[in-house]
Design a binder for this molecule. Structure first.
Ligand SMILES: [Zn+2]
Length: 113
């Protein structure tokens, strides 16, 4: 499953950072996923406890934020925030666009003690 390997990456990243900062137990992890990233937040929440088991982040809460879409119209160059990948350009009505944001996933922060 796609989300399982993502959670493994998140857990690995957080465990590395926690070790560097001398944090013994991570209590909360915040990630942001783009609305067009095809990542299912529910699946992330489901997989996270599986991948954190036995690590410094065991029992940590996972908070999933969403990154809104940003796109640039290929026809007129306008930048806008489409509600979906299919939304037309509000300036010229064109459908050709380049997505600037909304496809990525990033670990925003984590808390621990
Ligand atoms: Zn346009």
């Amino acid at each position: 499953m796609h989300e399982l390997s993502l959670c493994e990456s998140i857990t690995g990243l957080v465990a590395d950072c926690a070790a560097r900062e001398g944090i013994g137990r991570v209590t909360r992890v915040t990630v942001a996923i783009g609305k067009a990233s095809a990542i299912d937040p529910e699946a992330l929440l489901f997989c996270f406890p599986i991948t954190t088991e036995g690590t410094v982040a065991a029992g940590a809460e996972l908070v999933v934020e969403q990154i809104a879409l940003r796109a640039r119209c290929t026809d007129c160059g306008a930048e806008f925030a489409p509600l979906s990948r299919m939304a037309p350009c509000p300036a010229c009505g064109g459908f050709a666009k380049t997505l600037l944001a909304g496809q990525e996933m990033q670990v925003v922060s984590f808390e621990g003690e």
